[in-house]
Design a binder for this molecule. Structure first.
Ligand SMILES: CC(C)(COP(=O)(O)OP(=O)(O)OC[C@H]1O[C@@H](n2cnc3c(N)ncnc32)[C@H](O)[C@@H]1OP(=O)(O)O)[C@@H](O)C(=O)NCCC(=O)NCCS
Length: 241
């Protein structure tokens, strides 16, 4: 199937039913299995178990609940004193089958008054890119680039976007974040991405959305450019309708 035949769909998390979420959860697992089981941490090859733990495969209810409302993770999987709003999903579809998705939400840190002020002024609020996953058979066709581009077009250019990276777990992916212009703004040394006691440093990577938009597409490939243009037009038409 040509990349040009992929179509994109944007929606709020609560617009999907449980089956649609189960499909996204499965896709995330497949994507992580392809990457995580191919890297080493110290002397240990990561296992299938690690990959499915990372994606919380054993707890579909938690996956669903925290995607409908990411605030449920505050003080648990994520640091306390922060809030999320406007969670959003972009899906890449091949026919009816989802082959990629991006989940984002707006985020502000700080408690009480600081949070209210930052949100009110629009300063120090971030677009958190929680998950991007593309099916292993559909890699390097520009799908992730298109998903991100569609999402960034909807968001204000002045806002920064944050992605959490794990250089020890997925070094190549981390390098790609740096190549794409994201800069490290902090390290959380005691992150527990597998939901177990194992600690892996998590690097908070950040870039301005306007800068990412200006950098534009990484690839000069004409077909890819065409696909992203079409997808953006689709999204604009639907938003205008
Ligand atoms: C990272 C991933 C989404 C890229 O998907 P893709 O559709 O193959 O990417 P594209 O074809 O648009 O982009 C090609 C290039 O940009 C990189 N890229 C694009 N979006 C990216 C992103 N959000 N983060 C990191 N790298 C990205 C690609 O890896 C690739 O790099 P290369 O040119 O050095 O080979 C995919 O490899 C994947 O699903 N990985 C497993 C899931 C995962 O670890 N997600 C990130 C954490 S949630």
């Amino acid at each position: 199937m040509a990349q040009a035949e992929i179509h994109y769909d944007i929606s709020r998390p609560d617009q999907h039913d449980a089956d649609a979420w189960a499909e996204l959860h499965m896709l995330e697992c497949q994507a992580l299995l392809a990457d995580l089981t191919d890297v080493r941490l110290g002397d240990d090859r990561r296992t299938v178990h690690d990959a499915v733990s990372f994606a919380r495969w054993g707890d579909p209810d938690r996956y669903l609940d925290t995607h409908l409302d990411p605030n449920l993770m505050v003080g648990n999987e994520l640091n306390p004193d922060q809030a999320f709003w406007e969670p959003h999903v972009v899906r890449a579809l091949d026919g009816d089958r989802v082959v990629g998705y991006l989940y984002t939400a707006m985020n502000v840190s700080g408690g009480g008054l600081a949070q209210v002020l930052k949100r009110g002024l629009g300063t120090h609020t971030y677009l958190w890119q929680r998950t991007i996953a593309v099916h292993p058979n559909r890699r390097n066709q520009g799908i992730a680039t298109a998903l991100e581009r569609i999402e960034l077009e909807r968001r204000p250019s002045r806002v920064n976007t944050r992605i959490y990276g794990y250089p020890q777990l997925t070094p190549r992916l981390f390098e790609q974040l740096v190549d794409r212009g994201l800069q490290e703004v902090g390290i959380r040394p005691h992150a527990k991405p597998f939901g177990t006691d194992e600690e892996v440093p998590m690097h908070v990577m950040e870039a301005n959305i306007g800068m990412l938009k200006r950098r534009g597409l990484k690839s000069e490939d004409e077909e890819q450019t065409l696909v992203v243009r079409r997808a953006l037009k689709d999204v604009e038409d639907r938003l205008a309708a």
